[in-house]
Design a protein around this ligand. Structure first.
Ligand SMILES: *Cc1c(COP(=O)(O)O)cnc(C)c1O
Length: 632
């Protein structure tokens, strides 16, 4: 039986010269020729390097006797902190296999940068042996043993196949490779003796130059045998099972390493107390300035007592989704209370605010619709836009002129403007009156996320509509039970027909088990307390005023009308360090970094609650001001 080698080369014509843009090869059974050809042509047509003027597809029969079968080199990975350390590792590996002038060999790398192929280097004389210095030597006619066709390109598998073929070439003692992909810092050293050694960093990120050197140790007279083998010998590499396991997880290891280097790695801190104004964390008492527990309802005695009774009557689980196994009276009670609090006809509860945004947007809007979304909207809105498949148009932050220009620039059958009411990482407030005017003028739906406005702004904490003291209400008022209300879950308030529609169509409602009666009960009681004890809201609003005043006194630029005060630092590592220093001083304040905010916009996000004392606020500003001065 024969196999077939398919080779694809794509190029563009520039000044009468064919410039290579992509290429690939596969060795496969006859039955896969059509499928594989199609795939390679697509690869050529849609390559990141550009659209080709020419695609060359060559299909060649190869008889089985001419094929050499090899076992893949064993793989190890060496993690290094910097390219400098990586190069040092290569130097050590070269010495390990008995090569003395490793420094000089590594110096040769510069000469490989413009070459498509590899340099063939005599390790003793440092003479270059490849026939064409400009083009370099290209190893071809090789593939892995997976004859059945796999359409995904796997750079790692392809590199391993090449390295295995090269390591088995006559008179070749090793290979060094650095990728020319500017996002790919990983390189490798391969030889029969060391196996395939991945080194996590061999060049700086963003550096587009790479290259390959084959190390030749033998009589110059035999060099043609080596070249002949590399260019013509057909090789199939059997990958060991080990490889599959190894390579499957590589992307995770690499990305975690990457996050650590960029100071974007996240850790969970263990809290050993309820969430209050003071918490115990790492056995240390800290003043909490990071939670969204604005009215201190997350650990409230009255709520706990009420919930204890509910547990006795209803238990702790809800059994299934509300449409499947019945619906506790509690759920209806909560929805009635929410609708009344927000002055709408009806409401519906979801399992979290995140799910609410995903579900509402994807149920109401589809690929025929347009969503106008503020550039600083919460991630759950962004994800909701994606899930809906609607054409999403991002407008400048709270810029109603930009929004109107963008509305005028497109045509649509159905569209919505969606915005945070209070922006979660900046603490500023949407220009709702203007937003509603535009929605009315252009006949659009309006949707507002009240996660950080409910219980915080407005005379008695009813949120954004009360804050602006307007008659109109957004069509879709979304919020969460997890912040000021102190429980868990998301909600939407609006017209009765909107709620009926969602109950019938919203997948995030239909296909998810209802929240526990414990959670529903705490939300009911939380909402009840908010309405019966407006002094909590007044106290929070007083704290906000006082904090603004103190910040001004200490010349810290951060003013806010809401409970969220961003102190923008910029640099991720610096922000993390300040957050750690504040932790040492007894303050729990998180460093907010990408992807929660843009890269280079890292910040401390300070949130206030009703139970912070004036002295707490003043002490924080004093300490913060000292730390900020020291880090400048
Ligand atoms: C927290 C938050 C959500 C998500 O609510 P959860 O109940 O925590 O899932 C949605 N939108 C905004 C603006 C938020 O800050």
């Amino acid at each position: 039986m024969s196999l077939y080698c398919i080779k694809m080369r794509a190029s563009v014509l520039k000044n009468d010269e064919n410039i290579h843009i992509s290429g690939a090869e596969k060795i496969i059974n006859m039955e896969y020729i059509a499928k594989c050809s199609q795939n390679l042509i697509n690869r050529a047509l849609f390559h990141a390097n550009g659209k080709p003027d020419f695609i060359n597809l060559k299909i060649e029969e190869i008889s089985n006797e001419k094929i050499k079968k090899l076992k893949s080199l064993p793989i190890t990975t060496i993690s290094v902190k910097s390219p400098k350390e990586g190069v040092k590792k290569v130097d050590e590996l070269l010495k390990n296999i008995g090569i003395k002038n490793s420094k000089k060999i590594l110096d040769k790398f510069k000469e490989t940068y413009q070459m498509r192929g590899a340099m063939l280097l005599d390790i003793n004389t440092l003479q270059r042996l490849e026939p064409d210095f400009k083009r370099g030597l290209r190893a071809t006619y090789m593939d892995n043993s997976k004859i059945e066709f796999n359409p995904t390109k796997n750079h790692f598998h392809e590199a391993l196949v090449l390295a295995t073929k090269v390591a088995n070439a006559p008179n070749i003692v090793g290979e060094i490779c650095i990728s020319d992909d500017k996002d790919y810092q990983i390189g490798y050293f391969a030889s029969k003796k060391t196996g395939y050694v991945r080194i996590t960093k061999l060049k700086e990120k963003g550096y587009e130059f790479g290259g390959r050197i084959f190390l030749y140790d033998g009589d110059i007279k035999d060099v043609n045998k080596t070249i002949e083998y590399l260019e013509k010998q057909c090789v199939i590499v059997e990958e060991c099972n080990d490889l599959e396991k190894h390579s499957k997880w590589n992307f995770i290891e690499d990305e975690l390493e990457n996050l650590k280097n960029k100071k974007l790695y996240r850790n969970l801190l263990e809290v050993e107390s309820p969430i209050n104004t003071r918490v115990i964390c790492n056995s240390k008492e800290l003043l909490m300035f990071a939670s969204n527990n604005y009215l201190n309802l997350a650990n409230d005695e009255e709520i706990k007592e009420f919930v204890t009774q509910i547990i006795k009557n209803y238990g702790t689980g809800s059994g299934a989704s509300r449409l499947i196994c019945g619906n506790f009276k509690l759920n209806n009670q909560l929805e009635k209370a929410l609708a009344s609090f927000k002055n709408t006809e009806a409401s519906l509860v979801f399992n979290s605010g995140y799910v609410a945004n995903l579900t509402i947007l994807s149920t109401l809007f589809d690929e025929n619709d347009v969503i106008f979304s503020d550039e600083l909207n919460h991630a759950s809105i962004i994800d909701g836009c994606h899930l809906s498949k609607a054409h999403t148009i991002i407008y400048k932050h709270n810029d109603m002129q930009d929004l109107e220009n963008k509305i005028k620039s497109v045509s649509f059958k159905k569209a919505v403007i969606v915005s945070d009411a209070v922006f979660s990482m900046d603490g500023d407030i949407v220009n709702l009156p203007e937003l509603l005017k535009l929605a009315q003028k252009y006949n659009l739906f309006s949707m507002v996320d009240e996660a950080h406005s409910t219980g915080v702004i407005g005379k008695v904490g009813k949120g954004i509509v009360e804050y602006f003291n307007i008659k109109d209400t957004p069509d879709i008022l979304m919020g969460t039970l997890s912040k000021a209300i102190g429980a868990e879950g998301g909600f939407v308030c609006g017209k009765k027909i909107l709620i009926e529609y969602l109950k019938n169509k919203a997948r995030g409602f239909i296909f998810s088990t209802a929240l526990s009666p414990v959670t529903i009960a705490s939300a009911i009681k939380g909402l009840d307390i908010i309405q019966k004890q407006p002094q909590r809201i007044l106290k929070l609003q007083e704290n906000i005023k006082y904090f603004n005043k103190i910040l001004k006194e200490f010349n810290i630029k951060a003013q806010s009308e809401t409970a969220i005060f961003p102190i923008i630092i910029g640099n991720e590592a610096k922000t993390l360090k300040i957050s750690e220093q504040l932790f040492d001083k007894g303050y729990f304040i998180s460093a907010i970094r990408y992807p929660t905010v843009e890269k280079g916009q890292a910040r401390l996000r300070i949130t206030l609650n009703a139970n912070h004392k004036k002295s707490d606020l003043k002490n924080l500003v004093k300490d913060l001001s000292i730390i900020l001065k020291e880090t400048k």
